[in-house]
Design a protein around this ligand. Sequence first.
Ligand code: THU
Length: 160
Amino acid sequence: MKSKKISLNYEVYDSAEELTDDLRKLLKEAKLAIAKSYAPYSGFQVGAAARLVNGAMVSGANCENASYPLCICAEPATLAAAASAHPGVAVRALAISVKNKLRPVEKPTPPCGACRQMLVEHEDRFDQPIQLILQGGDETVYVFERVRDLLPLHFSGDFL
Ligand code: THU
């Protein structure tokens, strides 16, 4: 038997003020995108902003439905918006900001498993890591260099 270990590195900032100008702008855009959220059922609003390799910025938000499984998370909404506006152009960074109408969200909120799978497919497809910038209700910011680190041993088209 062999035992293997997977470890994860990420950066923690006390405030967005410590980020580079580009990441701070992207996070600001993600915060603004919260206004686009349609979340009448959960009250959990998610805004996301993507920076593409051509420099463009595209944002999106979660969109819920009375038939709950049809809810669309902010991350795929933003990827789809980016693919529609800039077909074939890779995303290189994605900022995510959240607001819960029911109670304050303290910690930065990481993307759900399904969103990670979608983001990793994008990374694989374009051979381009997507830097993730996460902020919750407090000032703390987490930065991950690539999404695949958050989805170790991920499933991909290589298995098909
Ligand atoms: N949500 C996202 O937009 N992204 C995630 O990664 C997790 C969850 C949304 C879906 C739903 O509208 C609400 O948050 C509560 O789950």
